[in-house]
Design a protein around this ligand. Structure first.
Ligand SMILES: Cc1cc2nc3c(=O)[nH]c(=O)nc-3n(C[C@H](O)[C@H](O)[C@H](O)COP(=O)(O)OP(=O)(O)OC[C@H]3O[C@@H](n4cnc5c(N)ncnc54)[C@H](O)[C@@H]3O)c2cc1C
Length: 459
């Protein structure tokens, strides 16, 4: 590391030069955790707390300003539009994000689609560093015949529908309606089919427990699927071992119960179908809707997480009236100026530094792919923020040049007729949603139409 650069930064800091301006694209967990980490270190002035260290920065210096741009009027990404409504405790991270957004050094600009309303190049002109944290908004497709039949949806669209995501609102008006629709559902049985076996399932023990304890439903697990697995997981990592043991216990218990209850009517059932790979969605006689899925049976080659499913040549037809494909989310390229790895659908990067573009960074699902929960995203975003801090500290980012930040971007947006939503305006929308929810005894009733949101705040 070039020591003169550190000295340069310290001299620049003590000269009360303009603050480093950093811009974050996307207001999901990745965006907010990146902003939080940068602000935490630069707002207190400590990259290092030892005054003799070259990385020590003076306290209370007028340091970084972080601006967050978000395409929707409302913030928080998948915390609002992905996390299940019956997991309110997960949504408590919103309190931390709100604390960050209310900081004097942080500004939120909703209703701005980067790549359309303003380019990444324009942001780079206006900011010393730009962090792309725009998530994974598309879904992977099965790529099999019949996938476009009526009655086939992506899990992403289904989640968006019950969570009131604006782009999915045509399937309902408000989340109240989706709840009402689900309450009248005639669905009696849900099969979760996967290519591999019980030792490769990707759900957690918490999720399995919730499914097992769903009122009015019965799990249907075939004990034969678990033969010999108790021994196989003896030395497996503890989470995998406990998860497998719970599946085995459930399969055996429910098998016994089934024998006792014989014909007893259970309103609803769900079950796991292992080693099945969908080959074709089958149409009804009129060719309009789904009537089932043709599955290839598979055998496993290898073991553990790296086991591969290989078709045996045998086929099976599974009758159903609705197919939800849940094979993963996918990021899309944002702007031709930003490198994109189309094979893995991520921005190629090294510890969050976008390859070949100094001053450009990425965090969250667009950085590492659509896997991991909020805590994984938090750690990953802190790593990216750390890269930004190191580059500031080491002089990789030229902070001697004054950048206008929102001063410049605001003019561009005005000239294009775009009016951003501020965080205090979002708080008005929030208050209206909470008030609407109160009447129904809910934490909030989401407004799903962006136009209605904008009208509410006088745009
Ligand atoms: C259905 C579902 C349920 C989940 N449940 C849980 C759970 O219970 N617990 C848990 O810990 N994790 C859960 N997760 C995982 C968690 O949501 C992710 O780890 C996390 O949201 C990823 O954060 P992100 O910021 O990378 O992406 P996102 O949360 O998707 O945020 C990206 C943001 O960028 C914005 N954006 C997109 N394009 C642009 C653009 N062009 N310009 C400006 N802004 C843009 C989006 O509108 C969005 O606000 C769940 C995920 C899903 C899909």
């Amino acid at each position: 590391m070039a020591a003169p650069a550190r000295v340069g930064l310290r001299r620049w800091l003590s000269s009360r030069a303009p603050a480093p301006r950093i811009c974050v694209v996307g207001s999901g967990p990745a965006g907010f955790y990146t902003a939080q980490h940068i602000l935490k270190f630069l707002a207190t002035g400590f990259l290092c707390s030892t005054p003799s260290c070259p990385a020590f920065l003076p306290e209370h210096h007028d340091l970084a300003q972080v601006d967050i741009y978000e395409k929707l009027p409302v913030p928080f990404g998948l915390v609002r539009f992905g996390v299940a409504p019956d997991h309110p405790e997960v949504k408590n991270v919103i309190n931390t994000f709100t604390h960050t957004a209310r900081s004097d050094r942080c500004a939120y600009y909703g209703n701005v689609t980067v790549g359309r309303d303003v380019t990444v190049g324009e942001l780079q002109q206006a900011y010393h560093a730009v962090v792309l944290s725009y998530g994974a908004e598309d879904n992977r497709v099965l790529g099999i015949p019949g996938e476009n039949l009526s009655g086939v949806y992506s899990a992403r669209a289904f989640v968006g529908w019950y969570n009131g995501l604006p782009e999915n609102r045509d399937k309902t008006d408000i989340t109240d309606c989706s709840l009402a629709a689900l309450a009248c559902s005639k669905v009696k049985r849900v099969w979760l089919a996967g290519r591999r076996g019980p030792l490769q399932v990707a759900f957690t023990i918490k999720e399995l427990r919730e499914m097992i304890n769903l009122p009015g439903t019965q799990p249907v697990l075939n004990p034969a699927d678990f033969t010999g697995l108790e021994n196989a997981v003896k030395d497996a990592p503890r989470p995998r071992k406990r998860l497998t043991e719970l599946m085995i216990k459930t399969a055996l218990e429910k098998h016994r119960e089934k024998a006792v209850m014989a014909q007893a009517a259970v309103p609803r059932q769900w079950g796991l179908k292992f080693q099945r790979s969908p080959q074709e969605v089958l149409p009804t006689a009129d060719g309009m809707r789904v009537r089932g899925v043709r599955m290839a049976l598979t055998r496993l080659e290898g073991s553990g997480d790296s086991a591969k499913a290989v078709p045996t040549g045998d086929m099976e037809e599974l009758e159903c009236g609705l197919v939800l494909s849940s094979i993963g989310y996918r990021s899309l390229p944002l702007d031709p100026a930003v490198p994109f790895d189309t094979q893995h659908s991520i921005i190629p990067n090294n510890l969050g530094r976008v390859m070949g573009v100094p001053g450009l960074y990425c965090s969250g699902w667009v950085k590492r792919g659509p896997v991991g929960v909020i805590i994984t995203t938090m750690n990953d975003s802190f790593d990216t923020a750390q890269s930004v801090l190191e580059d500031l500290q080491e002089g990789v980012l030229d902070v001697s040049v004054s950048k206008e930040g929102f001063g410049a971007v605001g003019s561009i947006l005005r000239s294009r007729g775009i009016r951003p939503v501020s965080f205090s305006e979002w708080e008005k929308i929030d208050a209206a949603e909470v008030a609407r929810g109160k009447a129904a005894g809910k934490p909030r009733e989401k407004i799903v139409d962006p136009q209605e949101m904008l009208q509410l705040i006088g745009h």
